[in-house]
Structures are given as C-alpha cells and as structure tokens.
Ligand binder design. Structure first.
Ligand SMILES: Nc1ncnc2c1ncn2[C@@H]1O[C@H](COP(=O)(O)OP(=O)(O)O)[C@@H](O)[C@H]1O
Ligand SMILES: [Mg+2]
Length: 213
C-alpha cells in the first residue's frame, strides 16, 4: 500500500509522522520503503542521524530521483512530501492508495486542508482517487484549551475526508526524538507521546494487530 503523508503547510508534522510510522511498521514486521519527495529532505537527514547512531531498524529512504520506483509495489510504502515541490506531491498522490493529512488545530490549517482536498479532487479528475485521512497533530495538551476539539469538529464536517480520531499532542518528545534519530516510542516507551503515537499507527494499520490464522 502506498500512503502519502501530505499537506500544503510546512510544520504540520509530515516528516515526523512519516519517520515514526516507518519505524513502527518495520517493528511490526512489514517491509517498508520511504520516499522523500521534499527538496528540504528533512526525512533523509533524520534517517541519516539514525544510521550514524547505529539505531536499528534503519529506515530505507529513496530520494526523489527514484520516484519512478514508487509503483514497484511490495510491502508498505510511505511518501513524505513538501509544498516546495507541488508537482512531485500531486504525482505521488495520483499513484497513492491513501493520503494521510496531519492537521494542526488552527483555522488556517483547516482552510489549508480544504484547499488541499480541492486540489486532490481536481488532480484525480473524476476517478475515485486515494482515500484521504486527516488527524489532529500538535493538539493542545491542556484540556482547558478547546482549539483541538474545534478543529476536529471542522474536519469531521468536511467532505471527502475520513477523520481519524487518534490525536497527537504538541509535545517536546516529538521534537527531541526526531532530532536524535529515534521514534518517540523508542526514546520514552512509557510516555504519553509513545502511547498516542502507537494508538494512531494501530488505527491506520489495523490489520497488523490481528493474529493470522
Ligand atoms: N506533535 C508534535 N509536537 C511537537 N513538535 C512537533 C510535533 N509534530 C511535529 N513537531 C515538530 O515541528 C517541526 C516541524 O515538523 P515536521 O515533521 O518537519 O513538519 P513538516 O514535515 O510537515 O514540515 C519539527 O521540529 C518537529 O519536531
Ligand atoms: Mg517535512
């Protein structure tokens, strides 16, 4: 399955989520390939740090030059994109089974998500296209702040998007682990970030949780 982790805005958490998912999927025994189609190459950098530190499993990252291999289907493919290369982003989306959209809880991010959905519809032009899944990233962790709930309500009301309820909070663990080349659930397996991330991953790949008969 090809999953593009996409949005129009930088800083929404695409590379962070791709990196953590890649490690989670490998630990779940999946054969994983990651394509970095962002000219900023943040994911490539994080994978390099991981490799220099010798952490296992390594993340197999394919650069933009290898995008033709995207369709060589086997196992799970994750595609990290950046708005600086919209053509590559939209080409990957046209080939994808699904698009996962991290949405920070702000009105601007809801508008931007709406615009993104419109661009995806236009690109697939009448064909069913990929499933689009959205979830809240960088959600407020203080229950008195209601912005995440409002953003969630706005996402639920959008057409053509499947809302995933599992949220990721705004937590330093994501930043720290990423810069060290580790997944959040490796840096602090018992922390809140680890718990919410693994819950999100399980919601996205439910078939990996079931025992095979
Ligand atoms: N849930 C989160 N909590 C705290 N920091 C986060 C979270 N998600 C992402 N970040 C941080 O925000 C910055 C941008 O994230 P990144 O994944 O590079 O976004 P994108 O790829 O969409 O541009 C990084 O420093 C990252 O560590
Ligand atoms: Mg990025």
């Amino acid at each position: 399955m090809i999953t593009v982790i996409g949005s129009l805005k930088g800083g929404s958490g695409k590379s962070t989520v791709t990196f953590n998912l890649a490690i989670w999927l490998q630990l779940a025994g999946e054969n994983v390939r990651v394509f970095d189609l962002d000219p900023q190459a943040t994911l490539t950098d994080a994978a390099e740090v991981r490799s220099e530190e010798g952490y296992q499993p390594a993340i197999p990252v394919f650069p933009i030059e290898r995008v033709d291999d995207l369709n060589a289907e086997s196992g799970e493919t994750l595609v990290d994109v950046g708005a600086a290369d919209m053509d590559s982003m939209m080409d990957a989306i046209a080939m994808a089974d699904r698009v996962l959209v991290p949405v920070p809880p702000s009105q601007a991010d809801i508008w931007s998500t709406q615009r993104f959905l419109g661009m995806i519809s236009k690109r697939v032009n009448g064909s069913p296209g990929p499933d689009v899944l959205a979830f809240i990233n960088r959600g407020d962790t203080h229950s008195a702040i209601r912005e995440s709930d409002e953003a969630a309500a706005a996402l639920i009301s959008l057409n053509k998007v499947h809302f995933v309820r599992n949220r990721l909070g705004q937590r330093t663990a994501y930043r720290r682990s990423f810069s060290e080349g580790l997944a959040v659930f490796e840096l602090d397996p018992r922390g809140k970030a680890a718990r919410e991330f693994t819950a999100l991953a399980a919601a996205l790949y439910p078939h990996l949780l079931r025992t095979q008969h």
